[in-house]
Design a protein around this ligand. Sequence first.
Ligand SMILES: [Zn+2]
Length: 382
Amino acid sequence: MPKNETVSPTRAALYIRVSTEEQAMRGYSLEAQREVLESHAKSHGMLIAGYYQDEAKSARKPCRVRPACMRLLSDVEAGKIDLILFIKLDRWFRNVADYYEVQKILDAHVVHWQTVLEDYETITSSSVRATAAYIRQAYGQNWDNVRCRRNLYQTLYIGHYESNGRVNENFCPPIVPRELFDAVQKLLSNNAKANPTGRVFLFTSLLICAECGHRLAGIRNGRYCYYRCRTYTERRTCPHKKQIREEDVEQWLFSFLGDQLEKQRLEWDIKEARRKQAAASVDRAAIRRKLTRLKELYVAEMIDLEEYRRDYELYTAQLAEHPTIPAEEERPNFEAVETILAKGFHSIYDSFAPEEKRTLWRSVIKEIHVDKERQITRIVFL
Ligand SMILES: [Zn+2]
């Protein structure tokens, strides 16, 4: 029996944001975010107070230039909202100053927020601080100005700064876990072998023709490297006529890999959540059938009250449990990709030798599919 039937349901505002890149990629769609948020609100008995969708807006943009965010705040001030839901923290803010500014308004109106796919929420002031620390760590502060030289990158990346033999171990917050960083270093040192032909193609064996499925071959033309489909050049049986320049692939990766990562991670999380839900409901249905059967046995006087109670308790306890089922496929190493995307990494990357660059991409990516219009259509992570 419900303890208190007069409590009104939580009024939840659903905040959804997609960036221009995400729109162009058709990834991380409004619909996917909406679906996740709606189902979360429904399953927690919340009332949907409104949808707030910012399209083509970056989370680095302050709230005042995001129309839906502004509308949301005015509804907060009007007392229409109890809780704001978004799928992940990066939908909300990537900038600590803005985060605090908006948080002040939320605090004043006792409005909380919650991420549906991550474990962050504002309930206590300590979790607000923790969140600010997370934003700072995940998206970086003051990293733009740090010019990382080759001999610095190793320690700077984990927060140490070395200069003339002096070491400052708390120079900046570490943005890469130590173990992961060490693993990358190891990979780099193992593979830094010179190519006998004198030119290293960064993406050989990674680039795949979207039309025929064959690997693209690297060729050198002047100072540039290109990749082309041999099925076209040798047999003319593939329509993939155009070649793609190596720099363009690199450029694309630095611009869009983050969106790909988020999109695929979201899809993975949703798929996992659905799978677990489905598995749990099958399990539950079976237990419920047992409960019904138990009742029938008791009514038919085939078991006594004591036996009925004992089994009843057993089954209801099973219903309350969350079954754990192993995943069907291995989860891609999204965290390794994040290392490459962390702020400040691009300048470190630029200081790498070609062999190191090649090793780096191969350590996180399995396939990059390119179509005949030089568009990257798909990324498969390792
Ligand atoms: Zn082809």
